[in-house]
Design a protein around this ligand. Sequence first.
Ligand code: NAI
Length: 254
Amino acid sequence: IASNVLEQFSLKGRVCVVTGASGGIGSAVAEAYAEAGAEVSLWYNSNPAAKDFAERLSKEHGIKAIAYQVDVSCAERVKEGVQKVVKDFGRLDVFVANAGMPNSAPLLDMPLDEVKQLNSVNLDSVVYCAKYAGEVFRKQGSGNLIITSSISAHIVNVPIDQPIYNATKAYVSHLGKSLAREWREFARVNIVSPGFFTTAMGASDQVRNEAHRMTPLGRQGSTREIKGLYLYLASDASSYQTGSDVIIDGGYTL
Ligand code: NAI
């Protein structure tokens, strides 16, 4: 570990995967990693904006950045995606399991198909990403998994009733802590639990008004304000940190 703290934050030569990277938190994280010198594989599902974004990151920061279309709710696609990263980049250092979707309704108004879909996108996908990235980490003897959870993993008193979403996030938070122990000899695992950020997911008027009213800092976070945390967790600056679930919410959960 470098003694100079700024050097500890460098990701030069590291290979990072970010899922849900076509916008919102995921694209901000991919940008942070490119700015810190990493090579980045941006995973997207249906929005190909990630392709142009990868090209831009590559040009602006002189790093290798490639967008892959991977439906993370499908185990086979995730397995192929991880194999492709190792083939194209030669290794895998940091995997950010960030893709997710919001809850459309309270449980009593929600068809079971939607419950299944939410579990599959928010929860099963993280298990698949962890399993296949973890296999590479174990083989390499090093690795770093970061999971995007939510303050909803910790409190349910948010402006919308979203029990299944809340439960998926509680699951991935606990999964991350458990994996930090399971993988203690070769990889670190940490969790980020955002409050209300200005992305497609946090955009409804109801959410915005409540978030502004209830957040001590008086506003939603911008995705620029989450880049530093993901960089810290991906880099050697956090080398003694594993199994932590870091809340970043402008004080909402105080
Ligand atoms: P977003 O909607 O911009 O990003 C979610 C991304 O996940 C999208 O790019 C979407 O294409 C991708 N995705 C959805 N299903 C997928 C699938 N089957 N395969 C691959 N990709 C898929 O929203 P945001 O806010 O950037 O969300 C990122 C993460 O942050 C999510 O896990 C979300 O639950 C979490 N989060 C967001 C908060 C917010 O206020 N924006 C608060 C707390 C947590």
